[in-house]
Design a binder for this molecule. Sequence first.
Ligand code: ADP
Ligand code: MG
Length: 316
Amino acid sequence: MDEFALIEKFFTRQPTSRSDVKLGIGDDAAVTVIDAGFDLVIATDTIIVDTHFPASTDAHAIGHRCLAVNLSDLAAMGAEPLWCTLALSLPSGDADWVAAFVDGFFELARCFDIALIGGDTVQGPLAITVTVHGRVKSGEYIPRSGAGSADGIYVTGNLGASAAGLRHMDDVDHSPAEAFLIHRFLYPDPRVKEAQSLFGLATAMIDISDGLHVDLTRMLHASGVGADLDIGQIPLSPELLTCMTEEAALELALTGGDDYELCFAVPIERETELQALLSSWDCRLTRIGQTHSSPEIVWTYDGQVYTVPDTSFRHF
Ligand code: ADP
Ligand code: MG
């Protein structure tokens, strides 16, 4: 199918229609309404074949994933997602591929009532860039930089499963536990709803895309505090532990990345208020440590200082 037929068939019909979209797909640019009293929050992320996902990845999962990783960035600010754009570089105009891709994309867009308001479709290596737009009430975003010197450090969900799943993607056969891990890689659950409930409580927040060690270090540096962290507290899924030793699982949880969980700080004395939010959350919450005013970041495991291996992914 040619570019214009693809756009017409797959992108102009979508499940979400929002009254704040004055002009969506079909003009040179989109026009949306921004209500008074809100700040616009914008994030963009690209995923590329063989860098972010293996070439064998199903188009439906790629459609979910390219939006999910962006929603996770918006979530990390505590924002409500509204609209997105999609720049798609495709090796060919394969209509079956695009049909499966948009199914995955729009299923997730519908969950959060996000409208696709524009994009670009070009021929090239498979690469997808999504930009998401969201909002917070004026000033009510959660930055990386606000952690205090006596805050608990918390993470949502379980860590490490997704990175483990990636390693099994091209296996001919998998056990049920491995299938679970692969699903965690392909279909991240951005913690959008949970994040929005944290304004006023979380002093700093980041989403875990490159691995807990690197991302938490970024948050602590931005906040100008250090922390004591207990590796034994890192939440691991039972499926991960059936596939490898606890030590190997913890290393993946620290450095593997692709978790798209949230890591955030809340003053210790407010932990009861935080626990009260959990009844409306879809995931577990775990405290893995506490900040302090000196800059050292100390990871311990079974009471011993633990040096986190420097194996996190870097593009360059
Ligand atoms: P232009 O040449 O003005 O940039 P295009 O022909 O690239 O317009 O796109 C036509 C319309 O389709 C525009 O509104 C554009 O935003 C939209 N569009 C193109 N590709 C996509 C896509 N992958 N997803 C969503 N909208 C798209
Ligand atoms: Mg264009």
